[in-house]
Design a protein around this ligand. Structure first.
Ligand code: TYM
Length: 330
């Protein structure tokens, strides 16, 4: 049985990196795989950095992330969508995986290195993070994992953990593969300083008011060689052109490409054109999110139903795992 799994952290308002890098693939794969496409808001992962997680806000952010995904096109009646903390088997399998994963492999993870550097005393959960992520995926025996490029190393470790488990306890898990949106492997942040990421504060939220988005675009850097309006530019070193490729139609992309090189269009006008594309793309999503927010019972019921569906699979896979590991069945 072929299955899709992916998880997303409850950061409140997903940004356009999450959206193009991963969420759009959730929708496309959801159309192909139906209930065998399984997505969850990973609230257990969200507390691995206690400094960044706010208990008073977590529940609301979790709900907001569900709303954003439904607004962006996931239909919870057609796919399986649930909350990680509602399915305790994730933690059970994660524990078993931590017992077969060398600490050295966890310490090698780039995200661990980056995040742990901020702590004087590193929370153990931050180190175990990828074992929990492997458990998320393998608990559903998923073979297809839509993610952005930053998750590649974690998916490779998941494959390694699957191999180790099979070696110790007998063939149980196939090795899952990452699936990327090749046009959005690593969306850059609006400050032009590397990847768009909530922790860097350089995001454009898909539910962010368009006026606020405009303020960010206005301040965004463009080709540094274009000092005056009359200087020709190179769109291929320009962040705004990267965003055009995501939001604008082909005619606009070609026009901007040509006119930037000849200084036919200035950077401010180019940004205004981009805002038009963003407005056309994001307005229907934002309207749908408003409707969903006005109907919290619908969202909660959908999550309850998704949890039931997820637990049915998780329960049967864990039964097999417990038996393979040798736990006494009473
Ligand atoms: P998270 O919540 O940081 O991000 C959610 C998804 O968005 C992708 N992404 C990006 N893609 C392109 N450009 C960007 N700038 C960008 N920023 C984020 C991420 O790659 C991700 O696919 N560890 C995961 C959550 C997780 C998970 C899982 C994913 C937990 N368990 C099991 C897949 C399978 C994370 O923190 O994603």
């Amino acid at each position: 049985m072929s299955r899709v799994f992916s998880g997303i952290q409850p950061t409140g308002d997903p940004h356009i990196g999450n959206y193009f890098g991963a969420m759009r693939n959730y929708v496309t794969l959801g159309e192909q795989y139906g209930k065998n496409s399984i997505y969850c808001v990973v609230d257990l992962h969200a507390i691995t950095n206690p400094a960044a997680s706010d208990p008073a806000a977590l529940a609301q952010q979790t709900l907001d992330m569900a709303v954003a995904n439904f607004a962006a096109g996931l239909d919870p009646s057609k796919v399986t969508f649930f909350l990680q903390s509602q399915v305790p088997e994730h933690q059970e399998l994660a524990w078993i995986f931590t017992c077969i994963t060398p600490v050295g492999e966890l310490e090698r993870m780039t995200q661990y290195k980056d995040k742990s550097a901020q702590f004087e005393s590193v929370p153990a959960g931050l180190l175990m993070y990828p074992a929990l992520m492997a458990a998320d995926i393998l608990l559903y025996k998923a073979d297809t994992v839509p993610v952005g490029e930053d998750q590649t190393q974690h998916i490779e470790l998941t494959r390694e953990i699957a191999r180790k488990f099979n070696h110790h306890f007998g063939q149980t898990f196939d090795e899952p593969k990452a699936v990327y949106n090749k046009d959005a492997l690593r969306i850059p942040g609006v400050d032009g300083q590397g990847k768009m990421s909530k922790s860097k504060g350089n995001t454009i939220g898909i539910l962010e008011p368009l006026d606020d988005i405009w303020q960010k675009l206005r301040a965004a850097p463009t080709d540094p060689a274009r000092v005056r309006r009359t200087d020709p530019g190179n769109p291929h070193v320009c962040l705004i052109f990267d965003y055009h490729k995501l939001f604008s139609d082909l005619d606009t992309i070609q026009m901007v490409d040509r006119e930037c090189r000849t200084a036919g269009i200035g950077c401010v006008d180019c940004k205004k054109k981009l805002l038009e594309g963003m407005t056309a793309h994001l307005t229907p999503i934002q309207q749908r999110a408003e409707e969903l927010r006005a109907d919290p019972d619908y969202v909660r019921d959908a999550l309850r139903q998704g949890t039931k569906e997820a637990r049915a699979i998780a329960g049967s896979v864990m039964e097999e795992v417990r038996e393979k590991v040798g736990f006494l069945k009473l």
